[in-house]
Design a protein around this ligand. Structure first.
Ligand SMILES: Nc1ncnc2c1ncn2[C@@H]1O[C@H](COP(=O)(O)OP(=O)(O)OP(=O)(O)O)[C@@H](O)[C@H]1O
Ligand SMILES: [Mg+2]
Length: 294
């Protein structure tokens, strides 16, 4: 059993199939363990199954086979209400399109998940929402509705909303897909900071330069991990179920056998991490040979 405190997000042989006239396998046997405070990027071609995987990891969808373990809790056995509870308190989701409620202000949008969770008093909720929006540079925008905000501002409100219930895990599906370069950098910087503060961040992105800022990048092809890159190392082609997977009987912490662990969340001082990421450590591009060699 992998330590759920060290690895709050684990996927064990995750499979998602959709039955129609033909059966589509969207996610095809993913083993993954994401460390507390790790920033994991998921890349891969369009249609490879990235969003499908992310929806499973964020409990927005249920797998056909396999297990998602959130903070030690095996979620496949939960009722849909129980899953919704785990999702509400443990997972924050950010989408490519912000999905803010248009008739509500920024502040009200951030308050919503806290009101649903119903843990804090309304005064505490209000204070937390304002603190989050302030942290994201939106203190002067809190009473605006989404259509009165820029794309980058909207996406930061969506981030504040995702963070509202202090989830251990943040999953984001192309959160910068619609943003300009400056807003993209800003949103990624915020996500990096969230991971540095100890939350686990999983982001789908098409942007290789952004993926290079993650602690680890997994590339998905045809619903499988085709390659894994740990920051500062060369890419490793995936071996499917390699010897280490079999020995462990489930996910290998870094998703592949033999790789050095991703940086421990507590190891680098925030300033050191910030300095390292500011340089955008180059991450080798996966090669065709690596892709097909798995
Ligand atoms: N409900 C469904 N029924 C059948 N096929 C589906 C369904 N949902 C998704 N797919 C297919 O599953 C594959 C994976 O979709 P997914 O959205 O996960 O891809 P993606 O990697 O996120 O792509 P993109 O980069 O374009 O967002 C695609 O080929 C898609 O057409
Ligand atoms: Mg997608």
């Amino acid at each position: 059993m992998i330590d759920p405190v060290e690895y709050p997000l684990q996927a064990i042989n995750l499979v998602k199939r959709v039955e129609g006239t033909v059966t589509h396998t969207l996610v095809n046997g993913i083993d993954l363990a994401v460390r507390k405070g790790e920033f994991l990027a998921i890349t891969g071609p369009s249609g490879s199954g990235k969003s499908s995987l992310l929806y499973l990891l964020g409990l927005l969808d249920a797998p056909t086979e396999g297990e998602v373990v959130i903070c030690g809790e095996e979620t496949s056995k939960l009722s849909s209400n129980e899953r919704a509870d785990v999702r509400l308190t443990k997972c924050g989701f950010v989408f490519q399109f912000h999905f803010l409620l248009p008739e509500f202000t920024a502040l009200e949008n951030v308050l919503l998940p806290m009101r649903t969770a119903d843990i804090l008093s309304s005064k505490e909720m209000d204070a937390r929402a304002k603190e989050l929006l302030g942290m994201l540079g939106l203190e002067t925008q809190i009473h605006k509705r989404p259509n009165q905000l820029s794309g980058g501002q909207r996406q930061r409100v969506a981030l504040a909303r995702a963070l509202a219930n202090k989830p251990e895990i943040i999953v984001a599906d192309e959160p910068t897909g619609n943003l300009d370069v400056a807003s993209t950098q800003q949103v990624f910087g915020i996500l990096r900071g969230i991971a540095d503060s100890g939350q686990t961040v999983v982001v789908v992105t098409h942007d290789a330069a952004l993926a290079a800022k993650a602690d680890r990048r997994i590339n998905i092809v045809d619903g499988k991990i085709s390659a894994t890159t740990v920051r500062g190392e060369a890419a490793h082609a995936a071996h499917g179920h390699g010897p280490a997977d079999e020995a462990a009987g489930h996910a290998v912490p870094n998703g592949h056998a033999g790789a050095a662990p991703a940086p421990a969340p507590s190891a680098p001082a925030p300033a050191g991490r910030a300095a390292a990421t500011a340089e955008a450590v180059p991450m080798p591009e996966r090669t065709k040979a690596e892709e097909s060699g798995g």
